[in-house]
Design a protein around this ligand. Structure first.
Ligand SMILES: *[C@@H]1O[C@H](CO)[C@@H](O)[C@H](O)[C@H]1NC(C)=O
Ligand SMILES: *[C@@H]1O[C@H](CO)[C@@H](O)[C@H](O)[C@H]1NC(C)=O
Ligand SMILES: *[C@@H]1O[C@H](CO)[C@@H](O)[C@H](O)[C@H]1NC(C)=O
Length: 355
């Protein structure tokens, strides 16, 4: 049985490869694979074979709430990004790009087989969301041009693990919004997709020498956080109908210190075009299904609209294991949940994973 072997070998991938010269990230201008986002019937049947399964074949529900439509738009927007990402990752491996070369062909075969299935499964998630939008007389979401901040296999898996954690949290929000809108059948479908994304995440974690199951209650999120984070991987102006998605885009938040499993002060950088830092600001952390934790934010420098600031990351007091979402908020709460944090967010999400 192949289990630990590929992992141990994989951890050596980056170091066994000569350092690639620094290159400007390249934006994907080419078409998505497999006829995406609108595959022909024969292309769809090839995707289903590669995905090891099919689109649900029962009739879609007759009606949907307005909140439910926003869910489908965000899911399509995110899944199309994931399709582009896993497609490019797979290409980098199969084309033996620097930083993606495997020394062991058994490892390479296993990883490409796993990624081929993940790619096709993400394609079906995107198709399903867009088909549902069309069924409800909405425009399907179009893909963008994308650019990814990774240059080798290990960092690509670490990034996949980070955005999958964000997806796992965001789909919780989608299920709740479907529940509020009484879109029962769609809520069940998202619960099914969460299982698939969780399986992927377990594998991404094992490849980073982490235990596969991260948390008893994976960290929750808000649709607006995912909407902002995915835009961080798109070429500005390339998403032709993004303005049909009625969600907010926050200012970009960067975490400049690498978080450790202990209480520490973290340094952050973010844009503050409206000069909100004239007033008090806070760093708010969302972890698991616990009440958000709020810490005062201390501005250290300001250059034009770019602010650098520090805030305590109170790991020890709140056991901030696994995935944490950080957001600069203009209120100190108290916040009941991720949705109320998003309402008061200026910049975010900052994505932190501790173990
Ligand atoms: C694929 O490799 C190129 C060249 O190194 C890199 O710019 C890009 O970010 C990589 N994409 C992924 C998803 O690993
Ligand atoms: C964080 O910074 C504050 C203010 O400078 C300091 O009092 C505190 O001890 C620091 N906390 C940690 C855990 O380093
Ligand atoms: C302020 O930002 C500008 C433009 O981003 C940069 O060129 C300059 O070096 C920065 N100044 C300081 C003191 O960091």
């Amino acid at each position: 049985m192949r289990l630990l072997l590929p992992v141990i070998a994989l951890l050596g991938v980056a170091s066994s490869v000569s350092a690639a010269p620094a290159k400007a990230p390249r934006a994907i201008q080419h078409e998505l694979p497999d006829g995406m986002p609108y595959p022909s019937p024969s292309e769809l049947s090839l995707i289903e074979q590669a995905a090891h399964g099919t689109l649900p074949n029962g009739p879609p529900p007759a009606v949907i709430s307005n909140k439910g439509i926003t869910n489908l738009q965000l899911i399509a927007f995110n899944e199309l990004f994931e399709v582009a990402y896993f497609h490019e990752l797979l290409l980098n491996i199969t084309e033996n790009v620097d930083g993606y070369r495997f020394t062991d062909t058994g490892d390479r075969d296993f990883v490409t087989a796993a990624l081929r299935a993940i790619l096709a499964q993400e394609e079906l998630h995107a198709i399903r969301a867009n088909n549902a939008l069309v069924h409800f007389n909405q425009k399907p979401i179009e893909p963008c041009d994308y650019v990814f901040p990774v240059q080798d296999f290990d960092s690509a898996i670490a990034l996949a693990s980070t955005f999958t954690d964000l997806v796992l949290g965001t789909l919780q929000d989608a299920v709740e919004r479907f529940a509020i809108g009484q879109d029962a059948d769609l809520a069940r479908e998202i619960a099914s997709v969460i299982g698939n994304e969780g399986e992927q995440q377990g594998w991404f974690r094992v490849m980073q020498a982490r235990i596969p199951s991260e948390l008893p209650f994976p960290t929750t999120s808000d649709l607006n956080f995912a909407f902002t984070a995915v835009q961080g991987f798109t070429v500005p102006g390339s998403c032709s109908n993004i303005d049909e998605i009625p969600l907010r885009t926050f200012e970009d938040l960067k975490i400049l210190t690498k978080p450790k499993a202990e209480s520490q002060n973290l340094t952050f950088a973010f844009e503050d075009k409206d000069n909100e830092a004239e007033h008090l600001l806070w760093m708010t952390y969302i972890n698991q299904l616990n009440l958000p934790v709020v810490e005062p934010l201390h501005v250290i420098s300001k250059n034009g609209s770019l602010i650098e600031a520090t805030a305590l990351f109170p790991y020890d007091d709140h056991e901030l294991n696994g995935f944490t979402i950080a957001a600069v908020t203009t209120s100190d709460g108290p916040f009941d949940n991720a949705n109320s944090v998003a309402k008061w967010t200026l910049a975010g999400p900052g994505l932190i994973i501790v173990d």
